[in-house]
Write a protein that binds this ligand. Structure first.
Ligand code: ADP
Ligand code: MG
Length: 256
């Protein structure tokens, strides 16, 4: 027997109170289907639960992608993995499984400008969200530093660090690309110290460690920063020629 009008109204209200919008939208249509196909009550319930969960998961992933500030066009589909050295290729496969986040391991990508560091790490970040529902936050290093400086000035540094701590991974793009003064370096160091063994840092740099004193200014702080980052880490060496340079060369060759 189908529901009376009053019962429908009551059910709709319950589903609203219980925050089950998908079931609210589809329960009648699914009930018709279940009657036609003579499905058991449990099968009907299963179908409703499945739909609610699916929509919820998709909404969560969409929200995580939005909040990550990742450039979504830099993904695995648009990345030519065949350019990667075999070793890096293997490392990437492991990273995509996402277990390194549970160990609070860091990922440090080095290589010349144009070698694909930013693209590769963004693609990994996106997969960690889509495949594993992890919380990832992408930021260019200089923007992050400015954000932290403003927070420090407003006496909100602790609060901002706490918000960042809610992410499984922070992708810091291009550390050392812009020369920083001492105050800027200090907030960056504060962040790295805060995340040490508490959450993954994923970063890219054109500078090898040997040149990191230009980032952290004095030898002690530089050693302390490198030590914390490297302690539990995967290092990706992308010693490749620039993708852009190669693409422009290929373009010219095909024109000739
Ligand atoms: P880096 O961060 O090392 O300077 P980028 O990731 O910014 O390099 O790459 C430079 C440009 O080349 C970007 O437009 C990027 O999308 C592209 N690119 C680099 N490597 C690849 C690749 N393996 N497959 C596809 N595009 C790539
Ligand atoms: Mg880059």
């Amino acid at each position: 027997m189908a529901l009376s009008g009053a019962m429908k109204t009551e059910l709709t209200q319950h589903l609203r109170d219980l925050h089950l919008p998908t079931i609210r939208e589809c329960y009648m249509e699914q009930a018709d289907k279940a009657r036609k196909e003579d499905l058991a009550h449990e099968r009907y319930l299963l179908e409703l639960a499945r739909r609610e969960s699916e929509v919820r998961r998709a909404n969560r992933i969409a929200r995580l992608l939005r909040e990550s500030r990742l450039p979504l066009e830099k993904n695995l589909e648009t990345f030519d993995c065949k350019r990667l050295p075999a070793r890096v290729h293997q490392q990437v496969e492991v990273l995509l499984e996402g277990a390194f986040l549970d160990q609070h391991e860091n990922v440090l990508a080095f290589g010349n400008p144009g070698s694909g560091k930013t693209h590769l790490l963004c693609a990994i970040g996106q997969e960690l969200i889509v495949r594993h529902g992890r919380r990832v936050y992408f930021t260019p290093c200089n923007l992050l530093v400015q954000e932290l400086l403003i927070a420090k000035r407003d006496l909100k540094l602790a609060r901002v660090l706490k918000r960042l701590a809610g992410h499984d991974a922070i992708i810091i793009d291009d550390i050392g690309y812009v020369q920083q003064n001492r105050e800027e370096m200090e907030v960056l160091f504060a962040l790295l110290a805060d995340r040490y063994e508490r959450g993954s840092v994923i970063l890219t740099s054109n500078l090898p460690f040997s040149k990191w004193e230009s980032i952290f200014k004095d030898p002690m702080t530089t050693a302390a920063a490198i030590d914390r980052l490297v302690h539990h880490s995967v290092i990706l060496e992308l010693n490749l020629t620039s993708y852009r340079l190669e693409a422009s060369k290929k373009g010219k060759e095909s024109k000739n």
